[in-house]
Design a protein around this ligand. Structure first.
Ligand code: PGA
Length: 242
């Protein structure tokens, strides 16, 4: 894994946007895997700036988001559908039909998951996957467990994740207890992966991700087995290993 330590969040966002933009310029119909959460917001802002000021063109770009809360409709302000459209998609020239998010209110989870996997495959597979990391080492919503699902599936969120994500809701009770997420295999099949990590809060988990044994207790450690991972990490988060 290539580890790039940067000064702060601003630089992290800039570097990530730079890498992503260069891939879009190289391949106009790039297939992107995208993440939600606080970490990638700065990168999305920088991409919007590049679109507006430098003409970065998303017209042929295809996206697949990592996950969605189970039970939240696209109109729900905390749904990842809502997040992605507000934070990124409505500000760039991406085509609606090229944007893919899991349906959090599907009546048939199995079908929804299979369809998503098929769509990814049909699009030629994910060229570049953007990831954040949870305090507990989850990627997407693949929570620490004795075994990890490889394909897109429904997961029970851990108490730790529900607590961590309650900052986006009025209280922890409002946080959905389940989510649909790409599986570890779905993520690992991406040709390139960029993992973004900032703040002191993530220092321990990213140290374990890079140097620790590969374990399903820290799902991000499986990234050690992928041969095109770039981790962009700010100085605070790198404090345990750099
Ligand atoms: P964060 O979330 O970017 O808001 O820290 C990351 C995650 O839980 O995957």
């Amino acid at each position: 894994m290539k580890v790039v330590v940067v000064k702060n969040y601003k630089e992290l966002s800039y570097r990530a946007a730079q890498l992503l933009a260069s891939q879009i310029i190289e391949k106009k119909n790039l297939v992107l895997g995208l993440a939600t959460g606080n970490t990638p917001i700065g990168m999305y802002k920088e991409l919007i700036r590049r679109h507006r000021e430098e003409g970065l063109d998303f017209y042929k770009v295809v996206t697949f988001n990592l996950d969605e809360y189970y039970g939240l409709s696209p109109e729900h302000p905390q749904s990842y559908y809502f997040f992605m459209w507000n934070i990124l998609f409505k500000h760039i020239n991406i085509k609606k039909e090229n944007v893919h998010l899991l349906n959090g209110v599907t009546e048939n989870i199995d079908k929804e998951c299979k369809q998503y996997e098929n769509l990814i495959q049909k699009s030629g597979g994910i060229d570049l996957q953007i990831l954040g990391i949870g305090d507990n080492g989850h990627i997407g919503f693949n929570e620490p467990d004795i075994s990890l699902d490889t394909r897109t599936h429904l997961v029970n969120l851990t108490a730790k994740t529900i607590r961590a994500n309650s900052r986006f809701f009025n209280n922890a009770q409002e946080v959905p207890k389940q989510a649909i997420t790409m599986g570890i295999g779905t993520i690992m099949r991406a040709k390139k992966i960029i993992l973004l990590v900032n703040s002191k809060r993530k220092a321990r988990v990213i140290e374990r991700t890079i140097n620790g044994p590969i374990t399903t207790k820290v799902p991000a450690t499986v990234l050690q087995l992928h041969n095109e991972v770039t981790i962009i990490v700010d100085q605070e988060a790198a404090s345990q290993f750099a």
